[in-house]
Design a protein around this ligand. Structure first.
Ligand SMILES: [Zn+2]
Length: 240
């Protein structure tokens, strides 16, 4: 039997970080069913698994395209009947090259290990498309960042942003964007808002711009830290 041409599909090559024509070296499908016999609730789903090779850079990678009975989008077909299309969840291994951390990122470890740790986890969450956790993490990083600068942790977020602006660490436009970081973290935590990668990206950039100016440029933070009293001003003064 003559060799048949290898099947190809379009897939997101993790190295090219874009959609490419890929050879399909192997593929299989798995399915699952879940049923609660007491409530009668049931759910099912499945995944297509493929071993692919990019025809451009020749990288070999695995792709899974999964779906389930709870996530779908209704649409009308040409007869006007409602049809359902599954919302596919596509994952590749290895993952696409991740967003690069700024060159000064490691320097943050020296300035404040806690802030460095929070930021590390923000990048991990972002790399894994955990956008809700990324938004919450950005808010936590902003909280910690203002605290390291000596701003009273008991203040509201709005007051903290005012202090940042008054202290010259941010301008009006950065204040507006960082206000979104606050709202984004709140909305994700309390109102179930789920940002996508494109919405998260500018928030991360705004946070990086703030941190860069506050902690890296001229290392202002350390100078200021030396000038402020150890206790935040809203806390009761120590009894002498
Ligand atoms: Zn490629």
């Amino acid at each position: 039997m003559a060799d048949e041409p290898r099947p190809t599909i379009k897939a997101h090559c993790p190295k090219c970080d874009g959609e490419r024509t890929c050879d399909v070296h192997g593929a299989t499908t798995t399915k699952w069913d879940w049923e609660d016999k007491y409530s009668g609730n049931s759910m099912n789903g499945g995944a297509d698994h493929s071993l692919l090779q990019c025809r451009g850079c020749e990288t070999v990678f695995y792709e899974s395209k999964s779906w389930n009975s709870e996530e779908y989008t209704p649409y009308y077909d040409h007869m006007g009947e409602v049809q359902y299309e599954a919302d596919f969840n596509i994952a590749t291994y290895p993952k696409p090259e991740t967003k690069t951390k700024p060159s000064w990122f490691e320097a943050m470890r020296k300035i404040d290990p806690q802030l460095h740790k929070i930021l590390s986890q923000v990048y991990i969450a972002n790399d894994n498309q955990a956008h809700i956790l990324t938004a919450i993490g950005l808010r936590t990083a902003l909280d910690r960042g203002t605290e390291v600068l000596g701003i009273d942790p008991a203040k509201t977020f709005d007051e903290k942003l005012t202090d940042l602006q008054d202290g010259g660490w941010i301008g009006q436009s950065e204040r507006d964007v960082l206000g979104v970081v606050t709202d984004a973290g709140n909305a994700a935590a309390h109102r179930g808002w789920e940002p996508d990668g494109q919405e998260i990206s500018p928030l991360i950039s705004a946070m990086e711009a703030f941190l860069h100016r506050a902690f890296i440029v001229g290392n202002k933070a350390l100078e200021i830290k030396g000038n402020i009293p150890a206790k935040p001003k809203r806390l009761p003064a120590p009894i002498a």
